[in-house]
Design a protein around this ligand. Structure first.
Ligand code: PHE
Length: 345
């Protein structure tokens, strides 16, 4: 071992330190140079064979090399950690849009209800709410529907298992929104332009019936109200809800609480009223309507010699499903809670 070969080794070590580009490489170099069997240990051991004079000089150089290695490794470690910080900052792109949490939206039936309310608003109809569980009296009796009527059968209507009131009879899940007619009139505030939208219940379940569904009930009571007012309002609804080219027609029917009574049909949106696969005869059935029966006015505390009125009560889901483009092929999907279905609306 002489001085010139040592200084050559020193330069090589310096170069090698520059290649330390990972924590593992730094550790390897530390072991190689400073470890128990490392280069520096070996060089120090060799000092023993040198003369006193050489020992001094060579020992100095070995010390220099040791310091060189130590500072070199420290520098490499520091560089690596600043590099790491810079890299992780690069990953953070400030202009990249964030991930938004998913938010829900209104149920399609609620959307339909809001749309219906908006259509009737300009005509002066105000949305009201009446009980969804009510006495048989308001749901049937006061509406001129006698106890023997099939609608009051156990298999048609949901009766509540609760004590019976001698005057009001049993409690029911309202099978329609028409109980609201009596309750609205009994407020004693005339004239009336009511839109009662509530949940109803009937013992039915098939492709076009859910045991629970919504109806919207219109009631107008004023002096001089006649069938042309009924026709005008329903025509307005049809054109504003379905489209300006749609027509309605009145078909004679029978309800106990209206006289005369009608089923309201709307011209088919597919064939324009000529007749097609969907509608068969060119018309689709919207729901019931009629002129308020005098007995119903009396039950509501309204004098039928002074006032007259009309009413209509239609299913929210049914009416909405008949809009072109909704493509709901089974009313039961609406309460199925399948997000794949609900997210479409
Ligand atoms: N209540 C009737 C039904 O549920 C609809 C209706 C309401 C008919 C108002 C006439 C007047 O079928």
């Amino acid at each position: 071992m002489d001085l010139s070969s040592l200084s050559l080794a020193k330069n090589e070590i310096k170069e090698e330190l520059k290649t330390a580009d990972s924590l593992a490489a730094i550790e390897n170099l530390r072991v190689k140079f400073l470890g128990k069997n490392g280069v520096l240990k070996r060089l120090t051991a060799e000092l023993a064979s040198l003369s006193v004079e050489d020992k001094k000089q060579v020992g100095l150089v070995i010390n220099e090399i040791k310091q060189e290695v130590e500072t070199g490794l420290a520098l490499a470690t520091e560089q690596l950690s600043t590099q790491h910080k810079a890299d992780s900052l690069e990953d953070f792109v400030k202009t990249l849009p964030g991930k938004k949490p998913e938010i829900g939206h209104l149920h399609v039936t609620t959307q339909a209800i809001r749309e219906i309310v908006e259509v009737f608003k300009p005509l002066g109809f105000t949305r009201v709410r009446h009980p969804e569980i009510d006495w048989e009296y308001y749901a049937f009796e006061a509406l001129n529907i006698p106890a023997t009527h099939p609608a009051r059968d156990e298999w048609e209507t949901f009766f509540i298992d609760a004590p019976v009131d001698p005057k009001m009879s049993r409690q029911v899940i309202t099978p329609h929104t028409s109980n609201g007619q009596i309750r609205e009139m009994l407020k004693g505030d005339l004239p009336i332009r009511m839109l009662n939208i509530s949940r109803c219940g009937r013992r039915q379940s098939d492709i076009s019936h859910n045991p629970t569904f919504f109806q919207f009930e219109g009631l107008v009571v004023d002096k001089g109200i006649n069938i042309s007012h009924l026709k005008g309002v329903l025509n307005y609804f049809a054109k504003n809800f379905y489209g300006p080219d749609r027509q309605i027609r009145l078909r004679p029917y029978d309800f106990r609480f209206t006289e005369p009574s009608f089923e309201i049909d709307i011209s088919c949106g597919i064939c324009g009223g000529v007749g097609c696969k969907l509608c068969k005869g060119g018309w689709l059935e919207l729901g019931g309507a009629g002129m308020v029966h005098p007995n119903v006015l009396i039950a509501g505390g309204v004098d039928p010699t002074q006032y007259s009125g009309f009413a209509f009560g239609w299913g929210v889901e049914r009416v909405y499903m008949m809009k072109s483009g909704t493509r709901i092929d089974d009313i039961r999907h609406l309460l199925g809670n399948d997000l794949k279905f609900l997210e479409q609306f």
